[in-house]
Every structure is written in C-alpha cells, then in structure tokens.
Design a protein around this ligand. Structure first.
Ligand code: PLP
Length: 377
C-alpha cells in the first residue's frame, strides 16, 4: 500500500534545532516539548531524536503521552503537566515520569498514587503568573506549599521544579511579560523559603527562548521552535535563528485532465478556470490536516512553481490548476517544507488558512504516513 500523503520528518533537522536552542540558552537545561504527537511529527521518534541531540528533558501535556514515550523506550527525565483527577498517576510514578501539580486536590491524587506504588513522586509546581489558564495562583500557593511540605515529610512526593507559562511571549515587548517574570520570581522565593530543593525553574516557551533571555532561569521549554517553525511573526522567521523545518508534507498527483476555460472546480465551483487548462488532483484533504479554510488560497509547489489550491479543499482531496506546467501523473507536489528549497513554509499555510503555524503541523492527521529521514545539517 502506498501512502497518499507523506509527512517527511527530518530527524537531522530536529537534532540541529535542539543544538541551536541549547547553544542559544548558554548552559541552561533544555526541555523539548513533544506533546500532541510531537506537534504532529511523531512522538517516540522525535522524543528519542531530541534526547540523542542533547535535550535534558522532554515535556508533554498528557500523562498518556509520557507513558507512550516510556513504552517506546525513550530514556531520561520526562514531565507531564496537564493532569485530571482520574489520571494514571501510579503508572507514571512507577515509570519515573515527573508530574505537574496545580492544586491541593491534584497533590492528593499524586501522593495517594505514590503511596500505592511505594515510590516518591517527583513534582513540578505549576504556577499561574498571569495566563489565567492552568496553574495555582499566588494567592493559593501558600496553602499548596503547606500540603506539599506535609507530603514531602510523609515521603510520597518530592518537589523538584517550578514552572509557569506566558500569555504574550509571541509579542516580546508586551508589558505583561515583566509582570509574569516578577510573579514567577515571587513563587520561586516562596517555594525556596519553604526549603524545597528546586532542580529546575522553567518559564520560557519557544518565543521566550528565542527573544527573551531574561526568562531563561535554569531551564527553557520550547516546542514549536524545535520543529523549525517560528512561534510568531513578531519574534522573527525560523531562518533568522538558523532553525530548519523538520516536516515536509507532500502528495503525488493522482489524476491529470484537460478542461476548457470557464470550468467550475470542486464543491460549489468556488474556482473557475480562466483558460483551457489542465487540472491536477491531489489526494490530500482536511481529513489529513489540509485546512478547508485554505480553499483557493493554500500554496503548493508543483512542477517547479507555486500554485494555489483551486476551489474547495475537500475531505480527501483538492485540485490544482497546473496550466501547461510540465507535470506527470505521480509527480510529487509539496504543500510545505523548506522555503530554502523553494517550497512553501508552514507559516505560509498558516497565513493562507487564517490560523497559526502550530495548528498547521499538529493537525496533520493519522492517515498521513510519517517517513523518517536523517539529513545532516
Ligand atoms: C505547549 C507548551 C509549551 C511549548 O510552547 P511553544 O510555544 O511551542 O514553544 C511550553 N509550555 C507549556 C505549558 C505548553 O503548554
């Protein structure tokens, strides 16, 4: 069976990006975030490649993701920070997975689980410094600290880290950044005053890692940058930081046919040919992660030129108007990859689809075949 759509994943580019991020942060530890199937790139392969390239930690949202890394035999410290009350804490603790703790209730779940497997759970206190999403507020932190001290004394947990997350890191001059840094320092001080030995203090996501050295503390926690994708226009382009795109999304031409001028193309005929031309059918659609909102807009490299999607993106397919380009049935077209090879970028697709680059890569669906390569950079 040959795959219709292929996401070519360059683990060499990922390794290069890990080295670039590591060098940038000058001796700090590096946690590479591999949640959401490594942003659509393949969890276990990318996690292992990141560790091999020098990542000190892997970070995931869900406990299941951390367990999947261990089941794939990925070694080294792993943190899972997004917990729910019925999560498989015991299984994680038994597998040496660090856990985020955001409340007294979560702490209870974790310490009960640790007791049941007769292990000490390593926890990172997740503090809300102004994102107002996950994390304990500074107002509630003293109560959590009392409960953490008690649990440490009982031998069920050890507080090893503190973390928080920015609301506006992709706007490096936003005034909330200084406020969040100050709140984070207050949280660190409160935890250290309670005598916890914090191995790692981490606040910086990709944008902060690239643009805000004052956020580094002793570990940074980038995700999207490791995949060679910019976290946002204001931070800069991936190439400005020598980051190489890891994913190339391509598909073969499934059908070529000649049609006259004035032909309506795909559902609801949202595109009409303006001359006698050739249409190329591409077997990739929104079920594969090609955004439907890129109808008439998504850029594709075909026959050495960039052409926009002609008409609606459908569930399984879309069409290109290839005019008299020299293309053959089965030729590969590239939706996105490395702009230095003349291919559209993930960022181009984000603009075309009216979304952010993160969504373009993480939505690449399970039907897409991941092909792993290892170029040297
Ligand atoms: C996803 C996530 C990150 C990584 O963010 P990037 O912008 O991809 O670098 C870091 N920390 C937390 C808490 C996250 O949820």
């Amino acid at each position: 069976m040959s795959a219709h759509v292929t996401a070519r994943i360059d683990l060499g580019a990922l390794a290069h990006n890990v080295r670039v991020l590591k060098a940038r942060t000058d001796g700090r530890k590096l946690m590479v975030v591999v949640k959401a199937d490594a942003y659509g790139h393949g969890l276990v392969k990318c996690g292992q490649a990141a560790v091999n390239a020098g990542a000190d930690y892997l970070g995931v949202a869900l406990l299941e993701e951390a367990v999947a890394l261990r089941e794939g035999n990925v070694p080294g410290p792993i943190l899972a920070w997004l917990n729910t009350p019925n999560d498989r804490f015991a299984e994680c603790i038994a597998r040496d997975i660090d856990l985020g703790v955001n409340s007294v209730a979560t702490l209870k779940g974790i310490s009960n689980a640790a007791y049941s497997v007769d292990r000490i759970a390593r926890v990172h206190v997740k503090v809300d410094t102004g994102l107002n999403r996950n994390g304990v507020t500074l107002a509630d932190l003293p109560e959590l600290i009392l409960a953490l001290s008690k649990a440490e004394a009982e031998g069920t947990i050890k507080v090893v880290g503190v973390m928080s997350h920015f609301a506006y890191a992709d706007e490096p001059s936003n005034s909330t950044i200084a406020d969040q840094i100050a709140e984070f320092k207050t949280a660190v001080d409160l935890l250290e005053a309670a005598n916890f030995e914090l191995e790692v203090k981490h606040l910086a996501n990709s944008a902060a890692t690239l643009a805000l050295p004052e956020t580094y503390f002793n570990m940074v926690r980038p995700g999207v940058a490791a995949y060679g994708v910019s976290p946002g226009e204001e931070v800069g382009a991936a190439t400005d930081f020598d980051l190489k795109p890891v994913m190339t999304l391509c598909a073969p031409i499934a059908l070529l046919k000649k049609v006259p001028a004035g032909t309506g193309v795909s559902y609801a005929h949202q595109y009409h040919t303006t001359a006698d031309t050739t249409l190329a059918l591409i077997p990739a659609g929104y079920a594969d992660g090609v955004p439907r909102s890129a109808t008439n807009n998504g850029p594709v490299l075909v026959g050495g030129e960039i052409r926009k999607v002609a008409g609606r993106v459908c569930m399984d397919q879309f069409v290109l108007d290839v005019g008299d380009l020299d293309v053959q049935l089965g030729d590969e077209v590239v939706l996105f990859g490395d702009p230095e090879r003349g291919e559209p970028s993930v960022e181009d697709w984000a603009v075309a689809a009216g979304t952010i680059s993160y969504e373009i890569i993480t939505r690449i669906g399970p039907r897409v075949h991941r092909e792993f390569i290892n170029n040297s950079w």
